[in-house]
Design a protein around this ligand. Sequence first.
Ligand SMILES: Cc1ncc(COP(=O)(O)O)c(C=O)c1O
Length: 446
Amino acid sequence: MTGTTTANRNLDLETALCDARSSYVAARPKSQACFEAAKAVMPGGNTRSVLHFGPYPFTVAKGAGARIWDVDGHTYADFLGEYTAGLYGHSNPIIEDAVTHALQNGLTLGGPNAVDAKFAQLMCDRFLAIERLRFCNSGTEANILSLSAARAFTGRTDILVMDRSYHGGVLTFSGDSPLNLPFPIHRATYNNATEVVEKIHELGDTLAAVLVEPMVGAGGAIPGTHEFLQALRDATQATGAMLIFDEVMTSRLTAGGLQGHHQIKPDLATFGKYLGGGLTFGAFGGRADIMDRFDPERADAWGHAGTFNNNILTMTAGHTGLEQVFTPQVADTFFNRGNAFRSTLKAEIDALDLPVQITGLGSMMALHFAQDTPSAPPDSARTPSGLHELIHLDMMERGQFYARRGMMNMSLPMTNDDLDRFRMALTDTLEARAPLVRDTFDQSTA
Ligand SMILES: Cc1ncc(COP(=O)(O)O)c(C=O)c1O
């Protein structure tokens, strides 16, 4: 791939962006044709909003290990990692074998199968809060079901979430999405224990649940402090509201997710992404007295449907991954490896003395254009626009792929060389664009 090495690289952001977009487009004609064709049948050529970025996303032809290829023949180190669902990489042989074997025994079986309860048992063993568990098909569904269960269990109506948090396509709390579920929602600032405790007490016996990620994922890999999470636990216990940890992303951090790491037991927790071993997945669980309301033999049982809840492919891939690949020991080692990688990356970027921050925990991290490390999801309207796009385009030119908004995730098959190459590419890119980063940032905050 050719880099943008023109002499006027750092003249101004608009010129730099025009150059970088032109190079991207010139190198990806087949992806452009796919994008144009897709637009005829899917709005914006897109069926999952987060996959869109300008000028147009490259079309993925295949993946293997920790790499993906586009239809134009470029190879990328995959630090997007399917927004954390790609923990196992694209072709883990143990999971592939298990799924191939399951395929030979038939699909759409329409009954309990040999794997679902074993998988549920593994998850109950792994995650502190999970005494009972149910499977569903996505993280969004897991959050909807646990919020609804919390409302039914408490007989209360209202929900408290953190401002600019993301819990699924109909549970999006950056701005006001007209597609959100019509629950009475209140918002508080992430990591502000005083504010959140006040809100919980103010809402008193109208508050059914607090839904929170123990580390903000989509909003920029911002860890919740222990004090903040403990304050949520204590205040909800005092008022009788349910505390729900959304661990759709963060359960991959340490063997028992962040509930284990902090030794804080929410009433309910939700899961998704990598736990399906690469296939579509969701799960929610927690206290037995709440979850047992789903027992179909009870006269007052809550119904919970979902044709594919225990589909044999997901059950097999997820169970095999958790039992044989992402063992507790591997999970803890990977967490430490991620922390070490992020520390080195951060130290090198700090040395550039730019308004750039790296946040995260373990194998999940994010790049921010900010003077200080954010403690809550930043207001995207106040982030200097164009810088994320420029660095993202530059990194793709170097064969490195991560999320346009700055999220970067490691996957298990990544080698130390992969990590070194990514780190060097990012520091080199930021160094090469340093004057532009500084000027754009200064202008936007002046
Ligand atoms: C924290 C969190 N919760 C829920 C979801 C929704 O999961 P899904 O995309 O599987 O519906 C996501 C997806 O990115 C997420 O990051």
